[in-house]
Design a protein around this ligand. Structure first.
Ligand SMILES: *Cc1c(COP(=O)(O)O)cnc(C)c1O
Length: 376
C-alpha cells in the first residue's frame, strides 16, 4: 500500500504527466509567460464549464476576493458579512481594504452561513455578504439571495473550496457554485479541487460592467496601456499555471466524482457509530468534498489524531480557531461564546485524507484505524 497522504498531488500528476509536461514545455518554448494564449483558452474553457459570461483569472484566491471588493467600490467603514468558521483569507481582505468584517455563525450540519445569524447582523452599513461554500458544498443560496435581494446587498461567493459543485434552487434551476451571486471567487492553490502547480485564482460574473471593472483592477487600474483610471493591483494567472489548469479542467468532474466515492466509503464505514457524525449532504447542493470533515462526539480528538499519525495516517483540523477568537481579528464586538456553533465545531471537527487517488485498500485501513481508536 502506498503512503497515505492528506492530498496526493504526485499520484494525480503521474496520470496526466505527458499532457502537462508537453503543455508546460510549449509555454516555455513560446516564451509567452504572461497573458499567453494558454491563459485566454483556459479562461474560455472555464466560462463554458461554469456557464458564466466572464471569468477573469488572477494570481490567487485571496486576490480574487480583494479584487471583487475593490471593483464593487466598497468604501472604508462599509460592513461585509462573512462566517467566523472559515479560512482567514475571507475576512483578511475585508479588513485590509478598511471595510468592517462582520462575522456570523454557521449552520451546525453544513458548516455554511446560518440565515438567522446573517439576518441579525445586517445594519444600515452592510454592503455585502460573502457566503463561503465550505469543504465543497454550497451555502443555502436560496436563503442568502433572498436576504440579499431584500436588503440590496452584493453577494460575493467564496468558492475556493467548491468548484464544480451544482446548486439546485427551490424552483429547480441549477447553477454552478460561484455563479449564483453577483460575483464568485475561486483559488487554484495546488490542493484545491481544481489546483495548479503554484498559485492561481479567478473571479466569475455574469455582469458585463462589473467584469470590465474587474479586468481594470487586476491590471493596475488601466484599460489603455499606461493610462491609469483608478488604483488597481497586479494580479495575473501565469501561462504555465494556465497550461496545467487547461489539462486538469476536463478532469474536474471525474476528480470530484472520485472524491465523492471516497466520501461514500467513509460514510458507510462510520454509519454504525454515534461517536462520529459524517458530513451532512444538503438537498440543494452536490458535495465535491474539498475536505471530508467528521464531527466527533465525546472522542478524544488529539488522541485520535495521534493514533492515526502513529499508523501513518494524516488528519487535520480545519479550523482549530474561529476567526473571532484569532489574535489578529479579536475585537471588542466579539467574545468567547458569541458563536456557539463555530466554537463547538472548532473543538470537534477532524478532516481525514481526501483526494482523487485514494484506493480502497487505503480507505479500508483509515476507517479501520479510526474505528479501532474510538471503540477502544
Ligand atoms: C484557499 C482559500 C482561499 C484563498 O485562496 P489562495 O489561493 O490560497 O489565496 C480563500 N477562501 C477559502 C475558503 C479558501 O479555502
Amino acid at each position: 500500500m502506498n503512503d497515505i497522504q492528506m492530498v496526493d498531488l504526485k499520484g494525480q500528476y503521474q496520470k496526466i504527466k505527458d499532457k502537462v509536461d508537453a503543455r508546460i514545455a510549449e509555454v516555455i518554448n513560446s516564451a509567452a509567460f504572461i497573458n499567453g494564449p494558454e491563459v485566454k483558452s483556459f479562461q474560455e474553457e472555464l466560462e463554458q464549464y461554469l456557464d458564466v459570461k466572464h471569468v477573469i483569472p488572477c494570481a490567487n484566491g485571496t486576490d480574487a476576493l480583494q479584487i471583487a471588493m475593490m471593483a464593487l467600490d466598497l468604501k472604508p467603514g462599509d460592513e461585509v458579512i462573512t462566517t467566523t468558521f472559515t479560512f482567514v483569507a475571507t475576512a483578511e481582505v475585508i479588513a485590509l481594504l478598511g471595510l468592517v468584517p462582520v462575522l456570523v455563525d454557521v449552520d451546525p450540519d453544513t458548516y455554511t452561513i446560518n440565515a438567522e445569524s446573517l439576518k441579525a447582523a445586517i445594519t444600515d452599513k452592510t454592503k455585502a455578504i460573502v457566503p463561503v461554500h465550505l469543504f465543497g458544498q454550497c451555502s443555502n443560496m436560496d436563503e442568502v439571495m433572498e436576504i440579499a435581494n431584500e436588503k440590496c446587498l452584493f453577494v460575493i461567493e467564496d468558492n475556493a473550496q467548491a468548484i464544480g459543485a451544482d446548486y439546485t434552487f427551490k424552483d429547480g434551476t441549477v447553477k454552478k457554485a460561484g455563479t449564483i451571486g453577483l460575483v464568485g471567487c475561486t483559488s487554484f492553490f495546488p490542493s484545491k479541487n481544481l489546483g495548479c502547480y503554484g498559485d492561481g485564482g479567478a473571479i466569475f460574473t455574469n455582469n458585463d460592467k462589473l467584469a470590465e471593472r474587474i479586468r481594470m483592477v487586476v491590471n493596475h487600474g488601466m484599460k489603455v496601456r499606461y493610462y491609469h483610471d483608478e488604483i488597481g493591483v497586479n494580479s495575473r494567472l501565469d501561462s504555465i499555471q494556465a497550461a496545467v489548469l487547461g489539462v486538469k479542467l476536463p478532469e474536474l468532474d471525474q476528480y470530484n466524482a472520485a472524491r465523492r466515492a471516497a466520501a461514500d466509503f467513509y460514510d458507510a464505514a462510520f454509519a454504525g457509530t454515534n461517536k462520529i457524525e459524517t458530513p451532512a449532504r444538503a438537498p440543494y447542493s452536490t458535495h465535491v468534498f474539498h475536505q471530508y470533515t467528521l464531527k466527533l462526539n465525546g472522542v478524544d480528538r488529539a488522541g485520535l489524531q495521534q493514533y492515526l499519525s502513529d499508523h501513518g495516517i494524516p488528519a487535520m483540523i480545519y479550523y482549530p480557531v474561529p476567526l473571532h477568537l484569532q489574535k489578529a481579528y479579536k475585537d471588542d464586538r466579539y467574545n468567547d461564546g458569541d458563536f456557539p456553533v463555530s466554537e463547538d465545531l472548532s473543538k470537534r471537527v477532524l478532516s481525514l485524507p481526501m483526494h482523487t487517488e485514494l484506493t480502497k485498500e487505503q480507505l479500508t485501513f483509515i476507517t479501520e484505524k479510526v474505528l479501532e481508536f474510538i471503540n477502544k
